[in-house]
Ligand binder design. Structure first.
Ligand code: ZN
Ligand code: ZN
Length: 330
């Protein structure tokens, strides 16, 4: 019976309904108006949408079983190890770095705006390096392996990616004087919206969301980010406010006549858990092993994916430039 109870608990946890369930059982509906009450109602939205999307996939006979199977396995791993380490990293950094912040903010609304812009910058940094430093790409590539888009991709992460991401984001935000309480609110909004932008075509066909496409980062922009088309690779690193993509020149709109091809350029089996999870690490080890000299070996670890000691680089930047050059000549 114990196994059964644990299983039920895990499902309630996954669905994010435990808080809301407690409030409903207590009959204290006033609690729904507090911050905890609001988050209790928002938490279940994404898991419930994942279920709905899965059911729609079955109805349309496009269940994308490969994606669901692999992301389920990674979800289980992250649930038990990744989250624990990430929380430990975050609390540790807050404790160590808070006294060193040159300015101190408060919980006023205008500091919230400041905090969100700083957070997006920190998110941009972590995400940009996740694509441009081969070692970090080993952590991030699991998220890019799925060859279809749906909400379950939200859970496709290597278990050490969250600690890496939170180390950078927490460091930047705490040093910028953002209060930990404010940081947690921002993390919650970012996490919820960050999950939503993985909504698949089964649920929302046009991810541009109308005029919002001009103001914020929409599912359409994030679909572009997950594409391996030369024009789309390594663009749209932001999460909700895409100001930093616009500042750093990595912004890219979805083009009507350029169909998105999801996945990564390396030949891989996206239905094989080992390949999805460890494939990039194996590939990096192989390149380091075969590279001549210590300088080349180190370069493979820190240079962007596609860098080669032979000089025949196939980085996303070069592939994109070649594409744009060819297109301008047509
Ligand atoms: Zn990415
Ligand atoms: Zn994503």
């Amino acid at each position: 019976m114990d196994v059964f109870n644990t299983f039920i608990e895990e499902i309630i946890n996954f669905l994010g309904i435990s808080q809301a369930w407690d409030i409903l059982q207590s009959g204290n509906y006033e609690a729904l108006r507090t911050y905890e009450g609001i988050t209790a109602l928002i938490f279940p939205i994404i898991p419930l949408l994942i279920l709905l999307e899965f059911i729609l996939g079955l109805i349309y006979k496009k269940p994308q079983t490969k994606v669901y199977k692999i992301t389920f396995l990674t979800y289980v791993l992250n649930r038990f190890i990744g989250r624990f380490i990430a929380i430990a990293v975050t609390t540790f950094l807050i404790g160590v770095l808070e006294p060193y912040a040159p300015i101190q903010t408060s919980l006023k609304w205008y500091w919230f705006l400041y905090g969100y812009v700083v957070w997006e910058f920190a998110h941009f940094l972590y995400h940009y390096w996740g694509h441009k430093v081969r070692l970090f790409w080993c952590l991030h590539s699991t998220h890019h392996a799925p060859e279809d888009m749906n909400l379950s991709v939200t859970h496709a992460h290597f278990f050490l990616e969250a600690p890496y991401a939170d180390a950078i984001r927490t460091t930047v935000c705490i040093l910028a004087g953002i209060k930990p309480e404010m940081l947690f609110i921002i993390m919650f909004i970012d996490g919820t919206y960050g999950a939503f932008i993985h909504v698949g075509e089964n649920l929302i066909k046009d991810g541009r969301l109308g005029f919002l496409n001009k103001i914020i980062l929409t599912p359409s922009h994030h679909r572009v980010h997950h594409a391996k088309n030369p024009l789309y690779m390594d663009t749209n690193f932001c999460n909700l406010l895409n100001i930093w993509d616009k500042v750093f020149g990595t912004f890219q709109n979805e083009e009507k006549n350029l169909k998105i091809e999801y996945g990564i350029t390396r030949k891989m089996n996206s239905g094989n858990f080992i390949d999805v999870y460890f494939g990039e690490i194996f590939a990096l080890c192989k390149d380091v092993y075969h590279a001549p000299g210590i300088k080349n070996k180190l370069a493979y670890i820190v240079m962007p994916p596609g860098w080669s000691h032979t000089g025949e680089h196939k980085t996303a930047k070069i592939v994109r430039q070649e594409f744009l050059k060819e297109r301008s000549m047509d």
